[in-house]
Design a protein around this ligand. Structure first.
Ligand code: FES
Length: 104
């Protein structure tokens, strides 16, 4: 059964920015795009940069190291959708950002 975990509060993440939070043994990037929140593995599959430090634009994040761009909605690398970052569903309850993680 999937687990829903409160990862952050809405006030932790300014508009059009992201922050990374530890959840278990991984870091999860939470993006705030105009009040819409997305959760993604923070580890860039190219060389491991923190995607939370990237640039958010038009539903994508560009990695801060070499500018690979990933869709915030499905985690796919825009240049090759076979490469993908894990994404997680998000629900905002009050001021809590809750993220659903699959059972592992
Ligand atoms: S580490 Fe992300 S594009 Fe290179």
């Amino acid at each position: 059964m999937p687990k829903r975990i409160t990862v952050a509060k809405t006030t932790d993440i300014p508009n059009n920015e992201a922050r990374a939070f530890p959840v278990g043994d991984r870091m999860i990037a939470i993006f705030n795009q105009d009040g819409e929140y997305h959760a993604m593995d923070d580890f860039c599959p190219h060389m491991g940069a923190s995607l939370a430090g990237g640039w958010i634009e038009g539903g994508t994040v560009a990695c801060p190291w070499h500018a690979w761009r990933f869709s915030l909605s499905d985690g796919c690398w825009l240049d090759n959708p076979k490469i993908k970052v894990d994404i997680f569903s998000v629900e905002v309850v009050g001021d809590e950002i809750q993220v659903e993680f699959p059972d592992e």
